[in-house]
Design a protein around this ligand. Structure first.
Ligand code: C2E
Ligand code: CA
Ligand code: CA
Length: 398
């Protein structure tokens, strides 16, 4: 798990040499350096596209704050890491400023830099190798998934941190490869997005989910289910109508379904998306902001959309015990969610320690391997009957 190209901007040649070694040791494949902000911008303008830019704040020519503004103006798509000798409060303010300006800032480290600090930030933020390792999508299987029943929803429990009861399920698409073998959805979702077939994929999945969800009950009540929606579909104005028809055709009310939209691609959502999301809510669907923290999150933007739920991304859940920046992000997200009256869900809860920490913060629901993996509907029905096994060390929220 690491970055391919890093650009390091620092006026101190000794620090640059030291840090360059640490960055390479941390697994980055290649490092370029620049003396100051102007030199860095010249490299970017010449076409150099690092996936991470590491910058100092105090530099004689075009300092870090100016560089951050210039990066935001250019809509720099990579990640940004600040490493500086300034007071922590100054570094934090600049980091916040960068975030508000729409940069994908992954952390800030106070000098002296240590390999441990660098590795912690990289471990949390570096692009997962998962995607690259996934087998590429086969167009014939995508066809079969959409048109010939080769698409299967798996269900993963969402569990109340107050009671330990199953309070919902997320449907995750699986693509049939053979009668017993399923493929991960990510390459297929991407292929469908490229080929203009994503709406068909979503609808096929929605039909299947609605059929299954009719038999899902928890404590005698119909169980809410969540479905993932591609941002591409938000460009289509009639999408809420089509989706509502698909859900109601199976006899399920829209109010039992929450639509998850990933935050990573917020910047792509135009005014049409706002209209489409509003109409989804009017139809009765819940609306969740998925992967929160990975994108260009800023409070103003979040307030604009009619969300009902906020899902904290796994990378933050994972970092919560070891990484101060991840912890600060999670705590801010909880405050924000409470202020906006949103339900808050933590994804990727894998250990009792994570559960305890998150439960104490006041997170409403948890989803993760600690409680249950995604599973076919038959198994999920049995899980609903017996409930999740919550280890005795797990603290229920007061
Ligand atoms: P996502 O919406 O963030 O879904 C959560 C992913 O985290 C799922 O991966 C789930 O299996 C995994 N997960 C859950 N708990 C844990 C945990 O404790 N630890 C770890 N390491 N992972 C956990 P999955 O099923 O591979 O799905 C990947 C992504 O594919 C989803 O991420 C979602 O963005 C997309 N996707 C899945 N189904 C659909 C769909 O029907 N439509 C669209 N548009 N996208 C979908
Ligand atoms: Ca999701
Ligand atoms: Ca997610």
């Amino acid at each position: 798990m690491s970055y391919a190209q890093a650009l390091m901007v620092d006026d101190d040649p000794v620090f640059r040499a030291l840090a360059e070694d640490m960055v390479l040791d941390a697994g980055v494949q290649a490092v370029e350096t620049a003396d100051n902000g102007l030199e860095a911008l010249a490299k970017l303008d010449a076409g150099y596209a690092p996936d991470i830019l590491i910058c100092d704040l105090n530099m004689p020519a075009h300092d870090g704050v100016s560089l951050i503004r210039s990066l935001a103006d250019r809509r720099f798509p990579g990640r940004v890491l600040i490493i500086s000798g300034e007071e922590p409060s100054v570094i934090e303010t600049v980091a916040k400023l960068a975030r508000i300006q729409g940069l994908n800032i992954i952390g800030s480290i106070r000098k002296p830099l240590t390999p441990e600090a660098l590795e912690a930030v990289f471990a949390r933020s570096a692009p997962a190798p998962k995607k690259a390792e996934l087998a590429p999508a086969q167009p014939s299987l995508l066809d079969a998934a959409i048109n010939r029943g080769g698409l299967h929803p798996f269900f993963q429990a969402k569990v109340s941190m107050a009671t330990g009861a199953i309070t919902g399920a997320e449907a995750l698409a699986r693509i049939a490869v053979t009668a017993t073998e399923f493929a991960n959805p990510v390459p297929y979702v991407e292929l469908a997005e490229r080929n203009n077939r994503i709406d068909d994929l979503t609808l096929a999945l929605t039909h299947a989910v609605a059929r299954h969800a009719k038999s899902f009950f928890s404590a005698g009540k119909p169980l809410p289910v969540s479905i993932n929606i591609s941002p591409v579909s938000l460009q289509r104005r009639d999408f809420p109508d089509i989706l509502a028809e698909a859900v109601q055709a199976a006899g399920l009310p829209c109010s039992q379904v929450t639509l998850e939209v990933t935050e990573t691609r917020f910047v792509e959502y135009g005014p049409d998306a706002l209209e489409v999301m509003s109409r989804m809510r009017i139809k009765g669907f819940g609306l969740s902001v998925d992967d929160f923290g990975t994108g260009y999150s800023n409070i103003d933007r979040l307030q604009m959309y009619p969300f009902t739920e906020l899902k904290i991304d796994q990378s933050f859940t994972r970092g919560v015990l070891t990484d101060a920046f991840a912890r600060a992000c999670v705590e801010t997200s909880v405050r924000l969610a409470k202020e906006l009256g949103l339900k808050i869900v933590a994804e990727g809860v894998e250990t009792v320690e994570m559960w305890n920490y998150l439960a104490n913060l006041g997170i409403d629901e948890a989803q993760g391997y600690l409680m249950a993996k995604p599973m076919p509907s038959g198994e999920f029905l049995k899980l609903l009957e017996r409930g999740v096994v919550v280890p005795s060390a797990v603290a229920l929220r007061a």
